[in-house]
Design a protein around this ligand. Structure first.
Ligand SMILES: Cc1cc2nc3c(=O)[nH]c(=O)nc-3n(C[C@H](O)[C@H](O)[C@H](O)COP(=O)(O)O)c2cc1C
Length: 399
């Protein structure tokens, strides 16, 4: 239970075959979503937010595990049906009339390179002694048929485990997050509810944040993914000392350059900025505060910050295999989580922006096909606390 920071045992097993399914020491972690937890408030957008949250959770796990020296790997081959079975989400008797729970991701956290034998685990779980029943969250529900449709359309069957992506070596050391202050930073992380419209960050801090979005081998949170980066950032820079305000594109994989060059507005400048190894390009120097706010559902937080961004994902990938659409949202959530933590480490604060007009963003960039789509927005700046809100210490409810 997250509120009490406790574990609840769902299945008791004592057969040696269960232990044999884990050849090396490690922990198999599963993530799932109850769409209704978001849909009661956000309606149809709930499905997307659950995917983003899954990405945030994956990144949070990767960082936490790395603090103990453990690697985290997404077990991307598993089918939804297998994930459901392993997590006991398909146990109708335990679910009763509670809201259904959708299987998301399986993560293997440990030291070794071998993976747990998932099918063996499923077999063993059939004979386990299960306990616990799901709570029903609401007496009444509003139906969102589009959530059911996208859930069905992106259902995942078993697929081959992707060959590990080998990122090119990068010269800069790790960003500031993974040092002894990590626990403090992770616990103090909150979303900014408002920005002061004045704070500037220096360009070095800005470049360090972008650097943390680059994939490095065995480095959290990107160690979880075996696939090369599919999500890049279109940045609206408002207040970064040493950089012109304007529209920038940050490519997390330099090889995406040609594709973007042909997909985006032909007039863009494409002026390389920042350290050599960061594929950061100025497209247009301009004050983008007004358009940034409009794009983000008229939210001030997109204009009063130091910078805001949209995450451009290679959606074309999902055409043949629709389940990949979910993974693209997860990758976006992971980028968001890196920015949340890096912003705290730099003495500023971030906020995820799930409410934005994607067509407006595509219009600004000059995207007129659907190969690249903006799947999540973010903003980073000098926060203003809302004095009406009380912040309790982390784990205040821990018994
Ligand atoms: C996927 C996602 C989308 C969000 N969208 C918005 C948004 O559009 N506007 C906003 O002010 N906050 C947004 N937030 C911030 C949430 O409101 C905030 O994370 C939540 O209230 C929990 O607070 P915390 O981040 O301080 O723990 C978003 C957060 C996430 C993870």
């Amino acid at each position: 239970m997250s509120r009490d920071h406790t574990l609840e045992r769902r299945a008791a097993l004592d057969h040696p075959r269960w232990s044999a399914a884990f050849e090396n020491d490690g922990v198999l972690l599963g993530l799932s979503s109850i769409y209704w937890r978001e849909a009661w408030k956000y309606g149809m957008r709930a499905w997307r937010y659950c995917q983003h949250d899954c990405g945030h959770a994956i990144a949070a796990l990767c960082y936490a595990a790395a603090m103990f020296g453990w690697q985290t790997r997404l077990l991307a081959s598993a089918s939804d049906e297998l994930v459901s079975a392993l997590l006991g989400l398909d146990r109708e008797a335990d679910l009763g009339d509670a809201e259904p729970e959708a299987p998301d991701a399986l993560l293997w956290v440990g030291l070794g390179t071998s993976r747990p034998k998932l099918e063996d685990m499923r077999e063993e779980l059939r004979d386990a002694t299960w306990s616990g029943r799901a709570n029903r969250l609401s007496a009444e529900h509003m139906r969102w048929p589009d959530i059911d449709s996208i859930h069905r359309a992106t259902r995942k069957l078993a697929t081959p485990e992707p060959a590990a992506h080998r990122p090119a070596p990068l010269p800069l050391p790790l960003g500031p997050v993974l040092d002894p202050t990590f626990a403090t930073i992770a616990r103090q992380r909150r979303s900014a509810v408002d920005f002061d419209g004045q704070t500037h960050i220096d360009d070095e801090s800005f470049f360090a944040m972008l650097d943390a979005l680059m994939v490095r081998a065995n480095t959290p949170p990107w160690n979880a993914l075996a696939t090369p980066p599919q999500v890049h950032a279109a940045l609206m820079v408002h207040r970064v000392s040493g950089l012109d305000p304007g529209l920038y594109l940050f490519l997390r994989e330099p090889s995406a350059f040609a594709d973007f060059r042909s997909s985006l507005r032909q007039e863009w400048l494409w002026l390389k900025k920042g350290p050599e190894h960061l594929p950061l390009y100025l497209l247009l120097p301009h004050d983008l505060r007004a358009i940034g706010k409009t794009i983000c559902c008229h939210q001030d937080i997109a204009a009063d910050s130091c910078f805001a961004l949209g995450m451009l994902a290679h959606v074309e990938l999902a055409r043949e295999e629709p389940w990949r659409y979910r993974h693209l949202f997860w990758e976006c959530g992971m980028l968001g989580h890196v920015l949340y933590l890096e912003a705290e480490a730099a003495g500023v604060r971030a906020t995820g922006i799930g409410c934005y007009f994607d067509d407006e963003m595509h219009g600004l960039l000059g995207i007129d096909d659907d190969r690249w789509q903006s799947l999540y927005h973010f903003t980073v700046g000098g926060p203003i606390d809302d004095v009406r809100l009380v912040t309790l210490p982390p784990y205040a409810f821990q018994p």
